[in-house]
Each structure stands twice: as C-alpha cells, then as structure tokens.
Design a protein around this ligand. Structure first.
Ligand SMILES: [Zn+2]
Length: 94
C-alpha cells in the first residue's frame, strides 16, 4: 500500500529523566564535561538521594548532572548500586 508506511511515533518531550540521563551518558557525558574543580556541583549526598529517589529530582540537579562528567559518574554509580540492591530483594507483592 502506498503511504502505508507507519510514521515513527512522535515523541513527547520529556523532562530529563533517570533513563535519559543514563542513555545520554553512555554516549558522552562521562568524558565530555570535565569539571576538575567541581564547580557548582551539588553535594554527593544529593546525587545519592537522587539515585534513590528519582521522583525527588529537581530539574536543576538533573541538568547539572547532564553537563558535569564527575557528577554524572557519581550519579550513575549510585544508580547501579541501587539497582543491584533492588534486584537482590525480590518483591513480596502479590
Ligand atoms: Zn558536578
């Protein structure tokens, strides 16, 4: 059928989310934004709680992570830790 090719679904614009940050990070964040002086960086605690509680993420922190390699690396490390923890505890829901 002519014209029957399905168009790619239009993606709605989303806020930077955990997944987006990680996906972008895989491409380049971990190296492209060196910030040796850690200028404007949130405290490590904040990166950790962000990984623990993505819903509490503030846009400014996510934006910072997306343009700061050291913070991105810290954040993704916390995130991996958290996922490993979640996986080791099977959900007890029925
Ligand atoms: Zn930073």
């Amino acid at each position: 059928l002519p014209g029957a090719r399905s168009k790619p679904a239009k993606r709605t614009k989303k806020l930077l989310s955990e997944e987006n940050v990680l996906a972008l990070g895989r491409k380049h964040f971990s190296e492209d934004f060196p910030n040796p002086e850690r200028r404007g960086c949130p405290p490590t605690d904040q990166l950790k709680s962000l990984a623990d509680n993505p819903r509490k993420a503030t846009e400014s922190t996510l934006n910072h992570i997306s343009s700061c390699s050291p913070c991105y690396r810290d954040y993704s490390r916390f995130l991996r830790k958290r996922k490993a923890t979640l996986r080791s505890k099977p959900p007890r829901r029925k």
